[in-house]
Design a protein around this ligand. Structure first.
Ligand code: CTP
Ligand code: ZN
Length: 158
């Protein structure tokens, strides 16, 4: 048995999945935030496994893991996860194998991902205009009204 086989996420804590998405290396404690932004609640139908505060071999720091069977994520959803947890990895599982592994990345422009806090912003009017923010050094600048979001970004995720 290799050392890898001893990792709790390899079966002791939560089982491998057959098909779907594993969001791994989520910042410890943020798994439930990830579920919220994916719109997963107690009344939706996904098969889910969630592990929190798992010791990660990679960093020796705890992490959270979310496994969602039979679902793949959209680009917007991946961008939202990047805002919550920049070190997360998205693993696509098909027939028990990891067929794709990507790190999340906060793009330079976020479209339709974050709500502008300015009630007077045109993106909060009845006009069908999606929010658009430029990402500069971990702050978000609304491209319509120049409002800046510099803290609690998670609270503004749509
Ligand atoms: N996984 C799973 N079901 C599978 C295959 C993998 O739930 N059928 C999970 C693993 O438990 C792990 C993640 O998907 O949490 C990524 O799997 P893998 O790439 O095999 O693990 P590591 O090499 O440890 O990944 P990393 O290097 O990204 O930490
Ligand atoms: Zn605005």
């Amino acid at each position: 048995m290799t050392q890898k086989d001893h990792k709790p996420e390899n079966g002791l804590l939560i089982s491998p999945i057959q098909n779907g998405t594993v969001i791994d290396h989520i910042k410890a404690g943020e798994a439930l935030t990830v579920l919220r932004i994916l719109g997963i609640t107690g009344s939706t139908e996904e098969s889910l496994s969630i592990a929190t505060n798992v010791k990660s071999n990679l960093t020796l720091r705890p992490k959270d893991i979310v496994k969602i069977s039979d679902r793949e994520l959209s680009k917007e959803e991946v961008n939202k996860i990047a805002l919550i947890s920049p070190n997360a990895t998205i693993n696509i599982i098909r027939n028990y194998r990891v067929v794709e592994k990507v790190g999340v990345e906060i793009p330079d422009i976020l479209t339709g991902v974050v709500k502008c806090p300015n009630p007077g912003c045109i993106t909060n009017s009845n006009e069908p205009i999606e929010s658009k923010f430029e990402v500069v050094d971990e702050t978000l600048h609304c491209l319509y009204c120049d409002n800046i979001i510099s803290s609690d970004i998670v609270d503004y995720i749509i």
